[in-house]
Design a protein around this ligand. Structure first.
Ligand SMILES: Cc1cc2nc3c(=O)[nH]c(=O)nc-3n(C[C@H](O)[C@H](O)[C@H](O)COP(=O)(O)OP(=O)(O)OC[C@H]3O[C@@H](n4cnc5c(N)ncnc54)[C@H](O)[C@@H]3O)c2cc1C
Length: 475
């Protein structure tokens, strides 16, 4: 192993949206930062993605909004379609308004801002391989440089933003951080960027991102149709991870052929990827290390949006690192604050949405047509869910729902029970232990597991129902 002189306050692994923000805020606040990325600098962080991001996070972090080459288009809101494609829910709210970006240009700007903020060393084409431990604390990473040399990079704190398949998470010794994930907690996606060369062919609803829930076209996920401009769009679908066969052919049949309606197209980019869709890691930190973004399952379980939370997590991790280094205590005692920030902000929302996602994945198309068509889940509720993952309804709202759902009382009961479970989980996450008291943490975990067990029972019940007589596949 080649010798490599170094000693940093923080090593950030991965220069994706999470890693770039973490490196930027750590460097800006005076830490010596080493940022490592396996791709070449000019291709970081090219990624197969839907490219949609809300505007809130930019104001929250004081980061410039997408502009110029990196901005594909502005988005007013979301149109959510049931499988029968009738009567979509239109949601216009600051939570959903934002941008579709050119992923590479956007990521290149975030990377440049991190380097300009004073990152001490940026190592592109460098692959993190393993964690270095001193006692029970992480003290750096083993990495392979672009020239093939292996090096030991030392730091007080490692921030891992290397994505869902993080090699480092798999090497963690502590049981507080799960190092594997279940297949049902991720969704396999395929997408293309499609351009209409003739001016006659235009993108539909160019001010909205469109989501189509359909158990046949996208089992376990959804079809998306996101504008890039009037003549180009990002279209794709997500399915269960255990899907067997050619996902590209499946996408062609159930998304492209259905929604593109012309052969006169240019395909500008195509490819697949995997999105985690579950609540965050039990603990996103351990002694000397914090996990951010996809590496910590910081992705909205309902729509798979992970750019915004990766940036928020990167910010919280950096600010926690700044305090820990100043105190000269980089143990879990200091880094626990990062857990608290994540769990009580978007972690609570995502845990509630994870409950909803699990049960919704068991619905059949008829349920989705009925639930959305009769507005048993209204735009306001979805906005409420998007705000903190819970649903609060007045007695009047409940009475209105009971009337609308009169033909399907069992479905109404399922929805009410589901609401109660979501609210209970969100409450638990808002009460995430404020200090690293392991006994309190274990008690908290047991309570969350109990709620998820109830959700699992509900899911099994929903799946065990006979398919409603009316149910007919659309496809
Ligand atoms: C098909 C698809 C569509 C999506 N659509 C959307 C969307 O429309 N909106 C949205 O908000 N989110 C979307 N997402 C999710 C979003 O892309 C991710 O949640 C987000 O990119 C997470 O950012 P990150 O920084 O955590 O990880 P990543 O962006 O995955 O970045 C990880 C970085 O780490 C590097 N790396 C990996 N391993 C190592 C290693 N060992 N050593 C060094 N470097 C390493 C990688 O090269 C990469 O640059 C989508 C995802 C997919 C797959």
């Amino acid at each position: 192993m080649a010798s490599f002189e170094n000693n940093f306050d923080v090593i950030v692994v991965g220069a994706g949206t999470g890693g770039a923000i973490a490196a930027r805020f750590a460097a800006q606040n005076g830490l010596r930062v080493c940022l490592i990325e396996r791709k070449p600098a000019t291709l970081t962080p090219e990624k197969i993605c839907g490219d949609a991001i809300g505007s809130e996070v930019f104001d929250m972090l004081g980061v410039a909004h997408p502009n110029g080459k990196e901005l594909s288009c502005h988005i007013k809101g979301v149109k959510l379609y049931p499988p029968d494609l009738k009567n979509p829910l239109t949601m216009i709210h600051s939570k959903f308004a934002g941008y579709v970006v050119d992923r590479l240009s956007f990521g290149q700007r975030l990377l440049k801002e991190a380097l300009d903020a004073g990152v001490s060393r940026f190592l592109a084409k460098t692959m993190a391989l393993d964690l270095i431990y001193e006692g029970d604390s992480v003290a750096g990473v083993r990495a392979r440089l672009g020239n093939g040399d292996q090096v030991e990079l030392k730091a007080k704190i490692v921030i891992d933003g290397s994505g869902l398949y993080s090699a480092l998470r798999r090497k963690i010794k502590s049981k507080k951080v799960e190092n594997h994930f279940e297949k049902e907690d991720a969704v396999l996606c395929y997408r293309e960027i499609v351009h209409f060369p003739t001016k006659a062919q235009k993108v539909k609803n160019p001010e909205y991102i469109t989501i189509i829930l359909d158990k046949d076209r996208a089992p376990g996920g959804y079809v998306w149709y996101f504008p890039k401009n009037d003549h180009a769009l990002n279209i794709g679908l997500g399915v269960y991870m255990d899907y067997k066969g050619s996902l590209k052919n499946f996408y062609r049949k159930h998304a492209f052929d259905v929604f593109i309606e012309t052969d006169q197209v240019e395909i500008l980019s195509s490819g697949g990827g995997v999105v985690p869709v579950r609540r965050p890691l039990w603990s996103c930190a351990d002694h000397g290390i914090m996990f951010i973004g996809d590496a910590a399952f910081h992705v909205n379980p309902l729509h798979g949006g992970g750019i915004d939370p990766s940036m928020r997590a990167g910010y919280h991790a950096a600010m926690t690192a700044v305090k820990a280094v100043k105190k000269n205590d980089c143990s879990l005692n200091s880094l626990w604050d990062y857990n608290v920030a994540v769990m009580r902000s978007f972690g609570a929302e995502f845990a509630g949405l994870d409950v909803l996602r699990r049960v919704m994945q068991s619905f059949v198309n008829d349920d989705l047509n009925f639930g959305l068509g009769k507005r048993l889940l209204s735009a306001d509720e979805i906005l409420g869910i998007a705000n903190d993952g819970s649903i609060r309804l007045s007695s009047w709202d409940l009475a209105k729902k009971a009337y609308r759902g009169i033909g399907r009382p069992r479905f109404l009961l399922i929805m009410n029970y589901l609401r109660a479970r979501m609210n209970a989980v969100v409450r638990l996450y808002h009460n995430f232990p404020g200090t690293p008291d392991m006994q309190a943490f274990e008690i908290w975990k047991r309570k969350v597991i109990r709620e998820y067990d109830k959700t699992e029972k509900l899911r099994v019940k929903v799946e065990a129902r006979k398919q409603p007589k009316k149910y007919k596949s659309n496809v």
